[in-house]
Design a protein around this ligand. Structure first.
Ligand SMILES: NC(=O)C1=CN([C@@H]2O[C@H](COP(=O)(O)OP(=O)(O)OC[C@H]3O[C@@H](n4cnc5c(N)ncnc54)[C@H](OP(=O)(O)O)[C@@H]3O)[C@@H](O)[C@H]2O)C=CC1
Ligand SMILES: CC(C)(CO)C(=O)C(=O)O
Length: 317
C-alpha cells in the first residue's frame, strides 16, 4: 500500500495514475471529511472518475509520498509518522529547498528520499484535477539509509505511467529547479503576470541581472555546480518562455490568499547567502515583497507607512 500525505494537486495526480486499490490518502487527524472523489483530466483523453480511500489505522503502508506544501511538511509528518512503520521509505515532493533537509535532520533514523518533478497539476475546483502538462520526475536518496530503497521506489512510481528516473545527486537536481523558481515565481507574484509576460516588465529587467549574480555567487560558495550569471538568466528565461501562458504556483497562491513557498525559494537563498557571507539584497527584497502580498491589506499600510504594493506595481489588481 502506498500512502499519500497531502491530497492536493500533486497528491491527486499520483493517486489517479498509480494502480487503483494500491493507494490511500493519509487523513488529517480526526477528519470527518469524506474520502476524496474527483474527475481526473489526463493530458490527453477523457476525464476519469477517481475515488481514493483514506488510510485506515490497521493499514501499514510500505511507501509514503509526501505532497504537502513545503511549509506544512514538518508538522504534517509530525502528526503522521507515529503510525507509519520506521522501515517505510518516505519520498518528499516539495519544491524549493530547506524543507527536505529539515525532514531528514528531524528523523535521521528514517529512510528519506526527495523528488524533483516538472509534472504540472492543478485543481480549478475541489472535484476536478487537471494534469496540465507532462513532465519528468527524478527521485534520489537524501539520507544514506535510503539508498537501498531507491530502485524499488522508482519501479513502483513508474507503474503510474509518469516519466520517472533515479537521480544520484538529488540535491543538485533540486538546486537546479530552485534557481528557476527563484527567478520566475516571485516576479510573477509581485507583477501579477503569466510566466512569459514577466520578461518585458521593467521591474523584472531591473532586478534579474543582480539576482542572477547573487545566485551564481551562492552556488559557487555553497559547493553547487558553478554557473555564470548569464547562464542562470538564460535558463530562467528559457523556462519562462516555454511556460509562457502558465500562472506560476506562487502567483496562484497569492491570488488564492494561501501562504506561498517563498521561504523555501528566495528566502532559502537569502538565508544561505547570509550564512556563507554572500550579500543577498535582491533575494531579501523579493522575499519581503512576496510576504507583503500575503499580508492582510491593513497590516501592509500600518507596518511601514509605505503605499501598498498594488500602488508600487500597477499590474497588481
Ligand atoms: N502541483 C504541481 O503541479 C506541482 C507541485 N509541486 C510541489 O508539490 C508540493 C505540493 O503542491 P500542490 O499539490 O500543488 O499543493 P496543494 O496545496 O494543492 O496540496 C497540498 C495538500 O496538502 C494538504 N495538507 C497540508 N497540511 C496537511 C496535513 N497536516 N495533513 C494532511 N494534509 C495536509 C493540503 O490540505 P488542504 O487542501 O486541506 O489545505 C493540500 O490538500 C509543493 O511543494 C509544490 O511546490 C512541484 C511540482 C509540480
Ligand atoms: C517552473 C514554474 C515556474 C512553472 O510555472 C514552476 O515550477 C512553478 O510555477 O512553481
Amino acid at each position: 500500500m502506498i500512502a499519500i500525505l497531502g491530497a492536493g494537486s500533486l497528491g491527486r495526480l499520483w493517486a489517479a495514475t498509480l494502480p487503483a486499490g494500491q493507494v490511500a490518502f493519509v487523513p488529517r487527524p480526526q477528519t470527518s471529511a469524506e474520502s476524496p472523489c474527483y474527475r481526473f483530466h489526463p493530458v490527453n483523453g477523457e476525464p476519469v472518475p477517481t475515488s481514493v480511500p483514506w488510510l485506515t489505522p490497521c493499514q501499514s503502508p510500505d511507501l509514503l509520498l509526501v505532497t504537502t506544501k513545503a511549509g506544512d511538511t514538518l508538522s504534517a509528518l509530525q502528526a503522521t509518522l507515529p503510525s507509519i512503520p520506521e522501515s517505510t521509505p518516505i519520498v518528499l515532493f516539495q519544491n524549493g529547498m530547506g524543507s527536505q533537509q529539515a525532514v531528514s535532520e528531524h528523523w535521521p533514523e528514517r529512510s528519506v528520499l526527495a523528488a524533483s518533478t516538472t509534472e504540472g497539476a492543478n485543481r480549478p475546483s475541489p472535484d476536478r484535477l487537471i494534469h496540465a502538462g507532462r513532465g519528468q520526475t527524478w527521485v534520489g536518496a537524501l539520507s544514506g539509509n535510503a539508498e537501498c530503497h531507491l530502485e524499488t521506489v522508482v519501479e513502483r512510481l513508474a507503474r503510474s505511467g509518469l516519466a520517472i528516473a533515479p537521480e544520484a545527486d538529488i540535491l543538485a537536481r533540486l538546486w537546479h529547479k530552485l534557481v528557476i523558481n527563484a527567478g520566475i515565481n516571485p516576479f510573477t507574484a509581485i507583477l501579477d503576470c503569466a510566466n512569459g509576460d514577466l520578461l518585458s516588465q521593467a521591474f523584472y529587467q531591473r532586478w534579474i541581472a543582480p539576482l542572477c549574480r547573487e545566485i551564481s555567487n551562492i552556488s559557487q560558495i555553497s559547493g553547487q555546480p558553478a554557473e555564470a550569471p548569464e547562464a542562470i538568466r538564460h535558463r530562467i528565461e528559457a523556462v519562462a518562455r516555454s511556460t509562457s501562458a502558465n500562472t506560476s504556483s506562487m502567483r496562484a497562491d497569492v491570488i488564492a490568499g494561501r501562504p506561498t513557498e517563498i521561504d523555501y525559494m528566495n528566502g532559502y537563498l537569502s538565508e544561505l547567502g547570509q550564512r556563507l557571507g554572500v550579500k543577498t539584497p535582491v533575494n531579501q527584497m523579493l522575499t519581503e515583497q512576496v510576504k507583503q502580498l500575503t499580508r492582510p491589506y491593513q497590516q501592509q499600510e500600518s507596518c511601514d507607512g509605505q503605499p501598498p504594493l498594488q500602488d508600487l506595481h500597477p499590474n497588481r489588481r
